[in-house]
Ligand binder design. Structure first.
Ligand code: F6P
Length: 530
C-alpha cells in the first residue's frame, strides 16, 4: 500500500469512529453537506464524514489524479486499460463532438430514432402493441429501470415485456397474453454471444415463425449489438441491426441502441429529455471542480465509508414506486464495475474495494428488513432516493411517502434509548420489571448514517441526471480505489464452467472436479441425461 495520502484518511477514520454520529450530525454547517447537481441534491449530513475526512479524501483524489482522469474520460482517451478502450457512454447524451467514434454513435442514434418513429407509426406493416425486449445484465437492467420510471400508464402506445433468464418460464411469462402479430422482438446483446440471450432469441424466433411463418417472422425482429456481423449471421435483416459501440460498457449502455425499445415505447420526446438530463449531469461532472462536484464528492464519501470506516454493505432504498428497479440496476453498475482486486494505477490498492450493494423500494423495505437496519448488529451505508413530486399529484400520499423516507433516516440516526422507551411505556401505563424488560428489547442505539438523494421530480430529465450521477460516481470511486471500473473479467469463468457442466449433465464426461459438483451433476443426470 503506497498511497501517501491514505495515511491521513485512516487517521480521520479513527477519529470519526470514536465519535457519536448523533453529535457529528448536529452540524451547524449542514448546507456544506448537501451536494447539489442538475435536477438533484445529495444530503450526506447524516453520514459519518466531516470537513477533515473530506479534505483527506480530496488529497487521495489529487494523488490518484481524479481531475485528469475525468478529463481523459470526456476526451475519449483510453480509460479502460485492460480492454484498451475509451468509455464513451456519456457521448450518447449529446457530447463527444470531434471524437470520431462518438460521431459514428450519433449517426447510429439517428438510424435508431428513425426506426423508432417508423415502428410506432405503423411503418413496419403491422400494428405494434408489444415490444419483447430480449437481453440480460446491462442489456436488460437499464431498460427495465427506465421503462418503469418513465412509462405512461395511460398510454395507448406499445408496452414493453422483458425476458432475460435462461429459465424458459421467464420467456413463457413474458409472452403470455401477447399476440405475435402485433409484437416486435428486439434481441439486445453487446457481444451477441451471451448464452441466455441466444436461448431466448431462439425461443422468440420459433414463437414468431410458428404464428407468422418464416418471412413475416423476420419483419417482427430487430437486433442491437456491437457485433452486427454475429447478429446478421443469426438471421437479423441488415436494416434491422442497430449497432452499439464497443466503447460503451453494457452496464453503461441504456443510452445507446440498447434503449431502442424505450425509444419506441416512450416516444422521442421523453427519450430526448432523458438523454438531455444525463447530458446536464455530464457537464456538471466534467466542468465542476472537485470541491463542488457532486458525483466526485459522493465517490470520495463512498471510499471513506467503505474502505476507511470498513462499512461492508450499501443499502439503496428507492422511495418511489417508479424507481423500484434502481437497486437491481445499481448492483450491476457498482459491483460489476468496482468489485475488483487488481490494481490499475500507481499507488496500488488502498484497502477493500466496492461494498455489497443491496436494497429495495420504500416503504416496502420498512415492513421487511428495516428491523435489522435499526436494531441489527450489522452496519450498512444507507441511501434513500426520493423525488419532491412524490405521489404524482396525490399530495397527501406523496407527503406520506416522503415523510416515511425522512423518518427512517431520522430514526436510524437518533435511535431511541431503553430509558426513553421505558418512559414511553410508563406513560402508557406499563411499569416495573415488565416495562424495564420490554424497554431492553426496544433499545435502538442509533448513530446509523444515511444519505438522502432528493430529485426535483421524476421527470425524464431528472431520471437521466440520476443515472448519469451514479455512473460518474462509480467511475470516480473506481479511480480512487485504483482499479479499472470498465472491465468485468470475473464473469467469464462461470460461463465456461456452465457450458462444461451442461454437457456433463447431459451425459458427457464431467472430468476432474470437486466432489460436491460431481455429486450434483450425478444428481441432475437422472432428469436431464439426453
Ligand atoms: O456476464 C456479464 C455481462 O457480460 C455484462 O457485463 C453484460 O451487461 C451482460 O453480461 C450481457 O452481455 P451482452 O449484452 O453482451 O449480451
Amino acid at each position: 500500500m503506497t498511497l501517501a495520502s491514505w495515511k491521513q484518511v485512516e487517521a480521520e477514520a479513527k477519529r470519526i469512529a470514536g465519535m457519536r454520529l448523533q453529535d457529528l450530525a448536529a452540524r451547524e454547517n449542514v448546507a456544506e453537506f448537501v451536494w447539489a447537481a442538475p435536477h438533484l441534491e445529495a444530503d450526506v449530513a447524516k453520514q459519518p464524514i466531516d470537513a477533515g475526512a473530506m479534505s483527506a479524501m480530496e488529497a487521495v483524489a489529487d494523488e490518484r489524479g481524479l481531475t485528469g482522469k475525468i478529463k481523459s474520460l470526456f476526451a475519449g482517451e483510453i480509460v479502460n486499460a485492460s480492454e484498451n478502450r475509451p468509455a464513451l457512454h456519456w457521448a450518447l447524451r449529446g457530447g463527444g463532438k470531434g471524437i470520431p467514434a462518438a460521431e459514428a454513435m450519433a449517426r447510429e442514434a439517428e438510424k435508431a430514432a428513425a426506426f423508432a418513429k417508423k415502428a410506432v407509426g405503423g411503418g413496419l406493416g403491422f400494428e405494434l402493441k408489444t415490444i419483447l425486449h430480449v437481453g440480460i445484465g446491462g442489456s436488460d437492467l437499464g431498460p427495465r429501470l427506465i421503462w418503469d420510471a418513465l412509462r405512461d400508464y395511460d398510454s395507448k402506445g406499445p408496452e414493453i415485456r422483458f425476458t432475460a433468464n435462461v429459465d424458459p418460464e421467464d420467456f413463457r411469462e413474458a409472452t403470455s397474453g401477447i399476440d405475435p402479430k402485433t409484437t416486435l422482438v428486439i434481441v439486445v446483446s453487446k457481444s451477441f454471444k451471451t448464452p441466455e440471450t441466444a436461448s431466448n432469441a431462439k425461443l422468440a424466433r420459433e414463437w414468431l415463425v410458428k404464428h407468422l411463418g418464416e418471412k413475416e417472422a423476420n419483419n417482427h425482429l430487430a437486433a442491437v449489438s456491437s457485433a452486427p456481423d454475429k447478429a446478421k449471421a443469426w438471421g437479423a435483416a441488415e436494416d434491422r441491426i442497430f449497432p452499439m459501440d464497443e466503447a460503451v460498457g453494457g452496464r453503461y449502455s441504456v443510452w445507446s441502441s440498447v434503449g431502442l425499445s424505450l425509444q419506441i415505447a416512450l416516444g422521442a420526446d421523453r427519450w430526448g429529455r432523458f438523454l438531455k438530463g444525463g447530458g446536464e449531469m455530464d457537464a456538471h461532472f466534467r466542468d465542476t471542480p472537485l470541491k463542488q462536484n457532486a458525483p466526485a464528492r459522493l465517490a470520495m464519501m463512498d471510499v471513506f465509508l467503505h474502505s476507511a470506516l470498513g462499512i461492508p454493505t450499501r443499502t439503496v432504498l428507492a422511495y418511489a414506486h417508479r424507481l423500484r428497479k434502481l437497486p437491481d440496476f445499481l448492483q450491476q453498475l457498482e459491483m460489476e464495475s468496482n468489485g475488483k482486486s487488481a490494481a490499475d494505477s500507481a499507488g496500488g490498492l488502498i484497502g477493500a474495494t466496492a461494498p455489497v450493494v443491496w436494497g429495495s423500494v420504500g416503504t416496502l423495505g420498512q415492513h421487511s428488513f428495516h428491523q435489522l437496519l435499526h436494531q441489527g448488529m450489522r452496519q450498512s451505508a444507507i441511501e434513500f432516493v426520493a423525488a419532491l413530486d412524490a405521489g404524482a399529484g396525490d399530495k397527501a400520499r406523496g407527503r406520506e411517502l416522503l415523510a416515511n423516507a425522512f423518518a427512517q433516516a431520522e430514526g436510524l440516526l437518533a435511535g431511541r434509548s431503553a430509558k426513553e422507551a421505558e418512559a414511553q411505556l410508563t406513560a402508557q401505563g406499563k411499569t416495573g420489571d415488565a416495562a424495564k424488560e420490554q424497554a431492553r428489547h426496544m433499545n435502538m442505539e442509533g448513530g446509523r448514517g444515511s444519505t438522502t438523494v432528493l430529485l426535483e421530480d421524476l421527470s425524464p430529465e431528472s431520471v437521466g441526471a440520476l443515472i448519469a450521477m451514479y455512473e460518474h460516481r462509480t467511475f470516480a470511486a473506481g479511480v480512487l480505489w485504483g482499479i479499472n471500473p470498465f472491465d468485468q473479467w470475473g464473469v467469464e469463468r462461470g460461463k465456461v464452467l456452465a457450458e462444461e457442466l451442461d454437457k456433463a449433465i447431459a451425459g458427457s464426461d464431467a472430468g476432474k472436479r470437486d466432489p460436491s459438483t460431481l455429486r450434483l451433476v450425478e444428481r441432475a443426470r437422472g432428469r436431464f441425461r439426453s
